[in-house]
Design a protein around this ligand. Structure first.
Ligand code: ADP
Ligand code: ASP
Ligand code: MG
Length: 441
């Protein structure tokens, strides 16, 4: 079984929806196709949910969605009758919002609205594929995708339910929604923004897929962030660990949660470009290839908490006390640096930190600064290789560094800078670690 996930940009227009249908049709393996909402639709649905909560007229709020989907469907290259039929189905689903919006559980209404975009993509792609004579079936994600009471995928349930669903009839192609799930108490929930990648990898794990393909608008995981750096290039192979680091530290092409489920069962992930299907893309597997610096990513919105002990040198137990406070308030830490008398940590969320800071203040002098970015340099930095740190630091000679973390893993160097210097840092790293390096070769 192959899992093919198409992101919002891949299903963003009638032409792209047709391309997705073609890519799905061309494959001969059994496949389960995970779809995101058309790009921009989920953002609109969040706005729409806000408007409705604030008392806006529901029909008026749904009008832009009605218009967008009518236009999309009538621009598809399928017969007029099929368009009419598909539009009737989609229109009635959109208009049904007017009824279920009145249900008393307002949180559920919100969840139903924001997850609705993926269902619309599924209905359209199924419509196109049926029109092409494909043996295709839509299985709503809520029939199998469920979180447990810790908010983690309920793998046992998902595996059983998805296998049952698939077994109900024999189809070459199954289509389902990304992002959508049920919570442990049976309500509609979601897997967080960008979470369709997570859906694909959870399914890939439960079905022990031959591969999970993430189809997007770029030809793989690039060596640097293409939104800020011009001369980036796709990386052919990455290990699960390397890909997870890059995704966690800002490489938006993959959702940070989507590596672990497949890594545990060794199902490879391939990032492919919907606009250039012949491009190799990136294969993510258990294999680590090549030495040295492979890629750079950046994550914004980082805060530094510095705790300076009241007691001076040779005091023991300070680190333990500090971390037990973080553990008590369940505040996750990304990077840690220590000196004899102080500890600096980074956090990416200030929610519920007032009490944490109060309690830390009993242990030492606490300072909090914001507006930082983490720069993560990923590669294969085996202990006896050398020169990598020199390259990194020499490229950043004009950028003030707030924190440095090196050595805790063989494949990651993390630096903390002020966000105002991010662009400069990413470009400087690109120049020294990739562009000049390739000229020397
Ligand atoms: P999708 O709609 O397919 O989920 P996303 O917008 O989530 O697509 O991810 C694709 C985007 O990720 C690319 O267009 C690119 O701008 C951005 N991106 C950020 N960092 C990287 C990187 N290291 N490699 C590739 N793309 C990246
Ligand atoms: N549609 C959702 C979002 O925009 C999920 C996804 O696309 O992965 O966040
Ligand atoms: Mg995405």
């Amino acid at each position: 079984m192959l899992v093919m996930k198409f992101g919002g940009t891949s299903v963003g227009s009638p032409e792209k929806l047709e391309i997705v249908a073609s890519l799905v049709s061309e494959v001969t393996d059994d496949r389960i196709v995970v779809l995101s909402a058309m790009s921009g639709v989920t953002n609109y649905l969040y706005e729409m949910a806000d408007k409705i909560e604030q008392g806006a007229d529901v029909l008026e709020a749904t009008l832009p969605i009605l218009e967008k989907f009518e236009k999309t469907i009538f621009a598809l290259a399928i017969g007029q009758d099929e368009k009419e039929k598909l539009w009737l189905n989609v229109k009635s689903r959109i208009l049904a919002i007017n009824e279920w919006v009145n249900e008393p559980n307002k949180k559920q209404v919100r969840q139903k609205i924001i997850t609705f975009g993926e269902t619309l993509s599924c209905l359209i792609v199924v419509g196109i594929l049926i029109n092409r004579g494909e043996n295709v079936r839509y299985i709503p994600a809520i029939n199998f995708m469920r979180l447990d009471s810790n908010g983690e995928p309920d793998y046992f349930y998902i595996q059983e339910r998805i296998q049952d669903e698939i077994a109900k009839s024999s189809n070459d192609i199954i289509i389902t929604e990304g992002f959508v799930c049920k919570t442990y108490d049976g309500l509609i929930g979601n897997l967080e923004r960008g979470g369709s990648d997570y859906t694909a990898s959870i399914i890939g794990r439960c079905l022990m897929a031959s591969e999970v393909q993430i189809w997007t608008d770029i030809d793989g995981m690039h060596n640097n962030d293409p939104r800020f750096v011009e001369k980036t290039f796709p990386i052919e192979n990455l290990s699960f660990e390397e890909a997870a680091e890059l995704a966690y530290f800002g490489a938006k092409v993959l959702h940070p949660t989507c590596i672990l489920p497949v890594q545990l069962v060794n199902v490879p992930v391939r990032i492919k470009n919907t606009g250039d299907p012949l491009a190799k893309g990136t294969l993510i597997s258990h294999k680590t290839q090549g030495n040295g610096i492979k890629a750079v990513a950046a994550k914004d919105g980082i805060h530094i908490l510095k705790i300076k002990s009241f007691r001076m040198l040779m005091a023991y137990g300070f680190v333990e006390k500090v971390f037990s406070v973080f553990s008590k308030y369940q505040v996750p830490i990304d990077v840690i640096t220590t000196s004899e008398v102080s500890i600096s940590v980074t956090i990416d969320n200030l929610e519920n930190t007032d009490e944490l800071i109060d309690e830390l203040s009993d242990l030492g002098e606490v300072s909090l600064t914001s507006g930082h970015s983490l720069i993560c340099v990923v590669g294969n930095f085996i202990a006896d290789s050398h020169g990598h740190a020199n390259k990194i630091f020499s490229s950043l000679k004009n950028v003030p560094l707030r924190m440095i973390s090196y050595g805790s893993s063989d494949h990651n160097v993390t630096l903390l800078i002020d966000t105002v210097h991010k662009n400069e840092a990413l470009n400087a790293l690109n120049l020294v670690c990739f562009e000049e390096a390739s000229l020397i070769c």
